[in-house]
Write a protein that binds this ligand. Sequence first.
Ligand code: FES
Length: 169
Amino acid sequence: MSEKKQQVSRRQFLNYTLTGVGGFMAASMLAPMVRFAIDPVLKASTSGEMQPVVDVSEITTDPQRFEWTVKQVDAWYTSDVTHSAWVYKNEKDEIIPLSPICKHLGCTVNWAGNESYPDQFFCPCHDGRYFKDGKNVPDTPPNAPLDLYEFEVKDGTLYLGKPVPREGV
Ligand code: FES
C-alpha cells in the first residue's frame, strides 16, 4: 500500500504565508479606521433619557407648558434641542404630561388657545382640538390623542422621558 505524501510546494507556502500576513496587516490597519468612522453611531444619545423638568410643587390643575434642553448626538453632530410638555394634575392628583405636538401634521398646540374653546388644547394650523386629557375632539383634523410622556418623580422633581403614542379616538 503506497501512501502519496501531500507536499506543499515552495510557491504554495509563500502564497499562504503572504496572504495570511497581508490579511492580518490589512485588518490591523482597517479595524481602528472602521471603529473611528462608526464611533458616534455607537454612542448613546442623551435625548432618550429621563430629564429633570420641573419641581412637582409648581404643577397645578391648569396645564402649563414647561421646556427643557437636551444634548442630542446625531452621528458626528451634537446640538442642543429644546423639548416641551403641557403638564397638569388631574382630579385624582395624577400628573399628566402631554406632548404639545399635534397628531395631525405636527404643529404645536396651545392650551385654551382659542376663545371659542377655552378649556381645550387648540392647534392653530388647521383648527385641531383636544380635550384637557389630550384626547382629540371628534370631527376635528387630528385623528389620535396627544402623546403622553414617560415620567417619574424623584426627590420632588418631575422627570420626563420619551413621548409615547396612545390608542384612541
Ligand atoms: S397640524 Fe394641528 S390641526 Fe393640522
